[in-house]
Design a protein around this ligand. Structure first.
Ligand SMILES: Cc1cc2nc3c(=O)[nH]c(=O)nc-3n(C[C@H](O)[C@H](O)[C@H](O)COP(=O)(O)OP(=O)(O)OC[C@H]3O[C@@H](n4cnc5c(N)ncnc54)[C@H](O)[C@@H]3O)c2cc1C
Length: 432
């Protein structure tokens, strides 16, 4: 038994960190994370973060988000996300985040399916810039503690109320953390797939736990494939070639070096077109060319992509690179309301693991960091406004259920993939 804290946050990506920073300092926040603090998808975000530049852009930002999401988005969630975006950007700037500027003014870029340039960025390392600055602030807060290499394996629950978290450390020891509130900020589930841009340890554990604990899920078969990742025969994570590369003018070629598609289509449509082209070409990839941007733009605007491709043997200032689609993002997840409350009392879910249907059936580029931060802040406010001490402590657990971590991992993977398949079948029946 590890005693009791006020609030447990599972996950130290942008969502978890921003939530913790928005909790008043009189509450003790304990954060656990599966590996090290800097190993989250939030660190990997390249392209940027969307913002409402001015009121004139509201309608087109709203429409672009809905169109990309096949109009399956929750309109209230989209409205909250867009309207709150300027406030979130000013919070970030206050916390020390630096976005690209020219003559003292913010510079905006454009990505696929955006009708206007409304994305703020920091080189091609926007996620690292945001998340590392959030982490630096969290480290200064005396009320927040982070424990690394601690994996949540279950929730402690009773009568549909969350009482805490069961976790395993690297040595296999089981830890029980009791708390007034638990916040799930565990990111996506790309680690379950053979080919993904996500970090391998992001395996959607919270989804398996939610299924086990009858916490409501939503749209869990809505999984986004990113159209352009660097093709490689090596095993492991796929390296993303950000949408903003195409937004800045990169073009796609088929085997005969002919353009075959509008490069700025929404992700799902572009992925479909690339898959069709690959089939026609009998190839595992298509070509992407950035050369027309010129080497100055490439090395200044996309230094990380330039460096990585060079390490893989491609000089993108002079030659095309092979690209192929890979799993990228999870639009579905643990069902939440506008304040990120789940169907279980004292339990919130934020960031990629949550689903308030803001993205509908397909996420618009650069809406994810924004969504994570907007709804993490709302969850923190809701926790504060309605704070309730958890008086229930009875839940009993059989710790033997958690001794064999490898088996648990396998079981959770099967539970999630089976549920995704099951929900695809239901979807097909519903649409028939
Ligand atoms: C390559 C790449 C590029 C991207 N580019 C962009 C972009 O330009 N713009 C944009 O808006 N979005 C982008 N995204 C998406 C965006 O980065 C993520 O959706 C977002 O950062 C998710 O934040 P999060 O806090 O929910 O999860 P994450 O940042 O993934 O953090 C999840 C945390 O949960 C922890 N965790 C997981 N399971 C457990 C467990 N069982 N126990 C304990 N801890 C656990 C992990 O260790 C990690 O700390 C990109 C994603 C990738 C992969």
């Amino acid at each position: 038994m590890n005693g009791k804290t006020d609030i447990m946050v599972v996950g130290t990506g942008a969502a978890g960190l921003f939530y913790a920073l928005n909790i008043p300092e009189d509450k003790k926040v304990l954060m656990i994370t599966k590996t090290t603090v800097d190993e989250s998808d939030s660190y990997l975000a390249q392209g940027g973060i969307c913002v409402l530049r001015d009121q004139d852009d509201y309608d087109s930002f709203f429409e672009d988000t809905l169109k990309a999401g096949h109009y399956e988005n929750d309109r209230a969630s989209v409205d909250v996300m867009i309207r709150t975006s300027p406030e979130i950007i000013s919070d970030l700037v206050e916390l020390g985040v630096e976005f690209e500027k020219k003559n003292g003014k913010l510079v905006y870029t454009r990505e696929g399916a955006h009708s206007r340039a409304r994305i703020l960025y920091h080189e091609d390392l926007t996620g690292k810039e945001i998340t590392s600055k959030l982490l630096a602030q969290v480290k200064k807060r005396p009320n927040i503690t982070i424990i690394e290499n601690m994996t949540m394996v279950d929730l402690i629950c009773q009568d549909n109320r969350c009482l805490g978290v069961v976790a395993n450390d690297r040595a296999g020891a089981i830890h029980l953390y009791r708390s007034d509130y638990v916040v799930l900020a565990t990111g996506g589930l790309g680690g379950l797939f053979h080919s993904s841009t996500n970090l391998a340890h992001l395996t959607g554990d919270a989804i398996a736990i939610a299924l086990k604990r009858q916490i409501e899920l939503e749209n869990i078969s809505y999984i986004q494939i990113h159209p352009t990742t660097l093709y490689s025969q090596k095993p492991g994570r796929r390296f993303l070639i950000s949408e903003s590369v195409r937004g800045e003018g990169a073009v796609l070629y088929n085997r005969k070096m002919q353009r075959f598609v509008d490069e700025l289509l929404p992700r799902d449509l572009l992925t479909k077109a690339i898959h069709e082209q690959m089939e026609q070409d009998e190839s595992d990839f298509v070509w992407l060319s950035m050369q027309d941007m010129g080497s100055d733009v490439i090395t200044h605007r996309f230094p990380n992509i330039f460096k990585h491709c060079l390490e893989e043997g491609y000089d993108i200032t002079r030659e095309c690179i092979p690209v192929t689609p890979a799993q990228h993002y999870f639009m579905g997840g643990i069902k939440v309301d506008l304040d990120s409350r789940t169907s279980m009392a004292q339990l919130y879910a934020i960031g990629e693991i949550s689903c308030n249907r803001v993205h509908g059936a397909n996420r618009l580029a650069s809406n994810s960091l924004l969504e994570s931060l907007v709804f993490a802040k709302r969850a923190a406010k809701d926790t504060h406004d309605h704070y309730e001490i958890n008086e229930v402590h009875q839940a009993t657990l059989d710790l033997n259920d958690y001794r064999d971590l490898e088996k648990l991992r396998r079981d959770y993977k099967t539970i999630i993939l089976d549920e995704i398949e099951r929900s695809k079948v239901i979807e097909r029946i519903d649409k028939a």
